[in-house]
Design a protein around this ligand. Structure first.
Ligand code: B4P
Length: 197
């Protein structure tokens, strides 16, 4: 044990439309605050790559731009948050995405007696996110980054995930950050907004 007291555990959520920069910012915030970033999208992609049973099931939904069913997603997050490294804070990237997942997360955190510190809502307009994701599709060829699937993902976000912002607003947790501009600039904005809470 070190001589100085550990910094308080930070428990953060990162919400935003596809292409807003969630994965990009999650990696930076994880380093800045020394907390694990847990991305359900990354976990699903890893499972797809390894051909696991979960991956085989998830791929059908992801390739269609739809959400993987809550039943598959919730168990995965519950298990991940029970790992020792999540005891001193975490950043959840891309979870929860449905109202049912909000309830599930409440239950997961309730069991361990912990609470969220803030919900970062990363904003970016449709033109910009489509532009970014099409660029990524050229660079990385992710199977859900075709124009048709991107449009579908944006619709699903508006329908199923945007309503979560109000839920967390009513709890006084939302920190809204403009996701446009240089990546470093956006990281700086998030850190400043969290410090100003
Ligand atoms: P995710 O992996 O979360 O995919 P995403 O929403 O597209 O965000 P991502 O993090 O990849 O992109 P980012 O904005 O960082 O989910 C993929 C799929 O998994 C979902 O559609 C769903 O099927 C499934 N899934 C995941 N979680 C689920 C859940 N909880 N429930 C059910 N299903 C779930 O970045 C996009 C691009 O923009 C990158 O190329 C990046 O380099 C670029 N970029 C970032 N910041 C930029 C900036 N400031 N300027 C210019 N470009 C920037």
């Amino acid at each position: 044990a070190g001589a100085s007291p550990a910094s308080p555990a930070l428990r953060l959520l990162l919400i935003g439309p596809p292409g807003a920069g969630k994965g990009t910012q999650a990696a930076r915030l994880s380093a800045a605050y020394d907390i694990p970033a847990v991305s359900t999208g990354d976990i699903f992609r890893e499972n797809v790559k390894n051909g696991t049973e979960l991956g085989v099931k998830a791929k059908t939904f992801m390739d269609a731009g739809q959400y993987v069913p809550d039943a598959l997603t919730n168990d995965l997050v519950r298990d991940r948050l029970q790992q020792p490294d999540a005891a001193d804070g975490f950043l959840l990237d891309g979870y929860p995405r449905t109202l049912q997942q909000v309830e599930e997360l409440d239950d997961i955190l309730g069991v361990s007696g912990t609470e969220l510190d803030a919900v970062i809502v990363l904003e970016a307009d449709t033109d910009e996110v489509v532009r970014r994701l099409l660029k990524r599709s050229e660079e990385q060829g992710r199977s859900d980054d075709t124009e048709e699937v991107i449009r579908k993902r944006l619709d699903v976000y508006a329908e199923q995930t945007a309503p979560l912002v109000e839920v967390y607003e009513s709890r006084g947790l939302v920190v809204t950050v403009d996701g446009l501009g240089e990546i470093d600039e956006v990281t700086g904005r998030i850190i400043a907004a969290l410090a100003a809470r």
